[in-house]
Design a binder for this molecule. Structure first.
Ligand SMILES: Cc1ncc(COP(=O)(O)O)c(C=O)c1O
Length: 388
């Protein structure tokens, strides 16, 4: 019972075929494969664009498959975290994924600023685990003129909470801040409308719900209003320069209009191949149908736990379907190290979720490959693990 798609998604059936094709073309064609491969490498990453744009609710010019999440976050902050005068703070949530916090703090320090003064962290209320939209908006309004950047998750990795992004992004932009999103746990999980929501940028990885494999190439969204801006600083590389003149090898960098202009290096074909295999399935299944099944599957998991384990397991994730994606974060109400042992027994019984200190098990039925039967067997195993 694999309920760990929030960490690493399962392999799409056609992945081996997609990767094998590139190995064959490399062996057969070597350098000629850039233009003569079945899927020519020169524009290989562009094959991901249409499906990614549909998944995140963007125009094709607003998305690009490149790098990995934290690398993209740094590249975006080079362009969209421009502290100046009093506007020199970054707002994040208190339980932000550590890599995001490390990246933000290192960017602050790069600009001669420091976390103690310039990092604003919003926490859930005392005794609560999830963030409240009104608290985030109150903080945005309070800090308004000092905020250069607001970085929010689409789905909070620890609690599984879906943030109400439309009003949050609007409030952040109203106070004059730039807004970036970490969509690691959101892309391929919940419907997104990045263009309409008006985020400045978003970054994601594709090894979770997108099933593109360990360390697979990630993605990036840049809103169209920035696509042709030349005044934004950026870290440039040749793959961000238009293909038509790239191989003239001139000294002058001219960015491609849109998100592709933030590319630096030529894309890793072997780690992009599994992404194409997976996106093909997402396109055929359609996010609307996946979401419908996801709501039912996770709702089933929730009701079984509430019925069978009302005392030993506390669901940390919000109860409403609109406020969560696939994942439920379960707090094991057991004394001391017993919670961790319970998770080990769960793994021993063949239920793969994951553990977050001090007492959280995360389980995420993925609509592409999990069944109601998986969910039923997992809760049965959890009941036994809690009782023994
Ligand atoms: C929410 C979140 N942000 C950032 C990261 C870091 O991703 P990467 O190692 O691809 O930079 C992860 C990885 O799991 C994550 O879950």
């Amino acid at each position: 019972m694999y309920l760990c798609g929030h960490s690493l998604g399962l392999q799409t059936k056609s992945t081996a075929e997609y990767v094998a094709q590139e190995l064959i073309d490399w062996q057969r064609l070597a350098v000629l494969g850039h233009h003569a491969a079945e899927r020519p490498w020169i524009s290989y990453h562009e094959r991901a664009t249409a499906a990614l744009a549909a998944l995140v609710g963007a125009a094709e010019t607003e998305v690009v498959a490149m790098n990995s999440l934290t690398v993209n976050l740094h590249l975006m902050m080079v362009s969209f975290f421009r502290p100046g005068g009093r506007r020199n703070r970054v707002l994040i949530e208190k339980s932000a994924f550590p890599s995001d916090r490390y990246a933000v703090v290192s960017q602050l320090e790069y600009h001669g600023l420091n976390a103690a003064e310039h990092l604003i962290e919003v926490a859930p209320r005392e005794g609560e685990r999830c963030l409240r939209t009104e608290d985030l908006i109150a903080c945005l309004e309070r800090e308004g003129p000092r905020l250069a950047l607001v970085l929010l998750p689409g789905v909070q990795y620890l609690t599984g909470q879906v943030l109400d992004l439309a009003p949050l992004i609007a409030a952040a932009r109203d106070v004059g801040a730039n807004v970036g999103l970490d969509l690691a746990h959101a892309v391929g999980n919940i419907p997104l409308r990045l263009h309409d929501w008006n985020a400045d940028f978003a970054v994601w990885c594709s090894y979770k719900y997108l099933n593109a494999g360990p360390g697979a190439v990630g993605g990036c969204f840049v809103h169209e209003r920035h696509g042709e801006r030349r005044d934004l600083p950026r870290f440039a590389g040749w793959w961000g320069h238009p293909e038509a003149t790239r191989f003239e090898m001139g000294p002058q960098f001219t960015p491609i209009a849109g998100a592709q202009g933030w590319q630096i290096s030529n894309p890793p074909i072997l780690s992009t191949a599994p992404l194409l295999a997976s996106l093909d399935v997402f396109q055929r299944a359609g996010m609307a149908r996946l979401r419908e099944k996801s709501i039912a599957l996770t709702g089933f998991l929730q009701s079984l736990i509430e019925d069978l384990l009302p005392r030993a397991v506390q669901i940390v994730t919000p109860g409403g379907a609109g406020e969560r994606g696939c994942q439920l974060s379960l707090r094991l109400v057991l004394p001391g190290p017993e919670a961790r042992r319970c998770h080990e027994r769960l793994i021993g019984a063949g239920v793969i979720g994951d553990w977050r200190e001090p007492d959280i098990v995360r389980l995420a039925p993925a609509p592409l490959y999990n069944s109601y039967h998986d969910v039923f067997l997992a809760v049965e195993a959890l009941s036994r693990a809690v009782a023994s």
